[in-house]
Design a protein around this ligand. Structure first.
Ligand code: FAD
Ligand code: NAD
Length: 473
């Protein structure tokens, strides 16, 4: 049977647009259905990119206002910022990058079908445009790359003004006086940092006993200390029992009622904005997956096999819509592998080596197993740790917070995990991921020549410390 397309991708986020481009590079006829007015998905429009633009801008502002630059004899008077200008710069970056994907689609002859896609059967998709008009396309293969959406606490509505999600927290019209963040995960700490730097009082309420609970325990403990020192109020082991919104009175805002997670005396926190940041859910709404028989798991994620095929032949799924960390680079790699598999090539993603970065200052970066995971699995390991305080470049830059920790198998020395807190942690983690992908031992890292003076030398020294032979400490 002749189909209109070899591959149709639903969703143009980092998973979907990358899959579409790679499928086209593989010589297939490809379309990508996207309901949003611009390409790039959550990541480019309301996620990674706008949040990083604001993190960068607010970091520059804090660098000046905190007096850090006085160390170098630089003083600047009358420092101010214009929030509208800051937002325009962020919006311009988003516009350029989303436009860039449109250019790449044209270059690779990927057709963008604008509208909401849904299955009619396993090889037929209906696309409803914003004006209500409908188009039906047939396809040999479909990739579900519909991403994820915000979740809220039961009974708490996100109104977009007083109770907001990250979608609005990257575009608040003014700096809140008091921002309460529910959830001490990645979004809470990144966007909490942005608004704290710009002048808001920020209180983070985390249900578990530590922020960044999936990270290495030592790392999350140290980051909690650093962020508190920066002025963030962090309440761990605390549960939100109610959020009461007053959107009519003179002083619009909310009262967040919290109490210790294990029970105890309740406390009221008054604020003008509440950021809901307790995680995201796969977004599969309206796709008619049950009609075509695509199986989902108990957490609403599309079940996939190793090659990203689903329970229905010809239908694949990638990115935030399937199990695994909700990260743009994970979605991208799955997009490439899935498109290669459809073309009969050998597409593989090593889910044991997906780095993850929190773009606070200092940054937090991690790849592989944490100490807690190794202990729970009964794996014998050795740990090498090196603080930036003993790294010459960090010292010269007055940038000494954090450390590098290398975890290696006690018997084979194979690197099992690397965890970093440091201003350049997000960039440095690539080396660790590559080492792990190549099956490196910590000795391999220790014997690799690292340029001096660089922060990366801390990675080498941490690897040397795994053999109890660091030089500079
Ligand atoms: P998405 O990017 O969510 O894209 C899915 C697309 O599908 C959307 O554009 C949606 O409109 C479209 N769609 C859905 N259903 C349909 C349909 N039926 N028909 C047509 N179109 C449809 N990750 C990182 O790695 N680094 C970061 O720094 C980072 N920062 C983030 C900051 C924030 C504030 C947020 C919210 C997320 C961040 N993430 C980050 C996570 C990252 O954005 C996601 O992991 C990534 O976007 C997932 O890619 P995806 O392609 O699976 O889905
Ligand atoms: P998250 O899973 O990172 O953090 C959610 C936090 O909320 C956790 O610490 C959790 O324990 C806590 N929590 C859950 N229920 C709670 C409750 N009832 N009360 C208080 N705390 C509660 O989720 P997120 O920060 O919302 O981010 C969503 C996704 O977006 C994540 O999967 C993340 O990977 C991705 N993201 C990534 C980046 C990045 O890579 N730098 C940045 C932003 C978002």
């Amino acid at each position: 049977m002749a189909y209109d397309f070899d591959v149709v991708v639903i969703g143009a986020g980092p998973g979907g647009y990358v899959a579409a481009i790679r499928a086209a590079q593989n010589g297939l006829k490809v379309a990508c259905i996207e309901k949003r007015g611009t390409l790039g998905g959550t990541c480019l429009n309301v996620g990674c990119i706008p949040s990083k633009a604001l993190l960068h801008a607010s970091e520059k502002y804090e660098e000046v206002t905190s007096g850090q630059l006085k160390t170098y004899g630089i003083s600047i008077k009358d420092v101010k910022f214009d929030l509208e200008d800051m937002m325009s710069d962020k919006n311009e970056t988003v516009k350029q990058l989303t436009g860039g994907i449109e250019f790449l689609f044209k270059k690779n002859k990927v057709e963008w079908i604008k509208g909401y896609g849904r299955f009619q059967d396993a090889h037929t998709l209906e696309v409803e445009a914003e004006d209500g008009s409908k188009r039906t396309v047939t396809t040999r293969n479909t990739i579900i790359a519909t991403g994820s959406d915000v979740v809220s606490l039961p009974g708490v509505a996100i109104d977009g003004e007083i109770v907001v999600s990250s979608d609005q927290a990257i575009a608040l019209p003014k700096v809140p006086e008091h921002l309460v963040v529910i959830g001490g995960g990645v979004i809470g700490l990144e966007l909490g940092s942005v608004w704290r730097r710009l002048g808001a009082k920020v209180t983070v309420v985390e249900y578990l006993d530590r922020i960044l609970p999936t990270m290495d325990g030592e790392v999350s403990k140290e980051m909690g200390r650093i962020l508190k020192k920066q002025g963030m109020d962090i309440k761990t082991a605390t549960k939100v029992v109610a959020v009461e919104v007053d959107n009519k009175g003179k002083k619009r805002g909310a009262v967040v009622r919290v109490e210790p997670a294990q029970g105890g005396a309740a406390e009221e926190i008054k604020c003008d904005v509440v950021l809901m940041a307790i995680g995201r859910r796969p977004f599969l709404d309206g796709l008619n997956l049950d009609k075509v028989g695509v199986a989902v798991d108990e957490r609403g994620r599309v079940k996939v096999n190793h090659d990203f095929s689903t329970s229905v032949p010809g239908i694949y799924a990638i990115g935030d819509a399937i199990p695994g960390p909700m990260l743009a680079h994970k979605a991208e790699d799955e997009g490439v592998a899935c498109a290669d598999n459809i073309a009969g090539l050998n597409g593989i993603v090593n889910h044991d080596v997906i780095p993850s970065v929190v773009y606070t200052m200092p940054e937090v970066a991690s790849v592989g197993k944490t100490e807690e995971e190794l202990k729970a699995a009964g794996v014998k390991y050795k740990a090498g740790k090196f603080p930036f305080l003993a790294n010459s470049r960090a010292k010269a830059n007055h940038d000494t917070q954090g450390f590098v920790k290398v975890l290696a198998d006690a018997a084979t020395d194979r690197v099992l995990g690397v965890h970093i807190i440091g201003s350049l942690a997000g960039t440095m983690i690539a080396q660790a991921a590559q080492a792990m992908e190549f099956g490196a031992s910590s000795e391999d890292i220790a014997l690799t020549c690292h340029a001096h003076p660089t922060h990366s030398e801390a990675m080498k020294e941490a690897a040397m410390a795994a053999h109890a032979k660091p030089i500079h400490i």
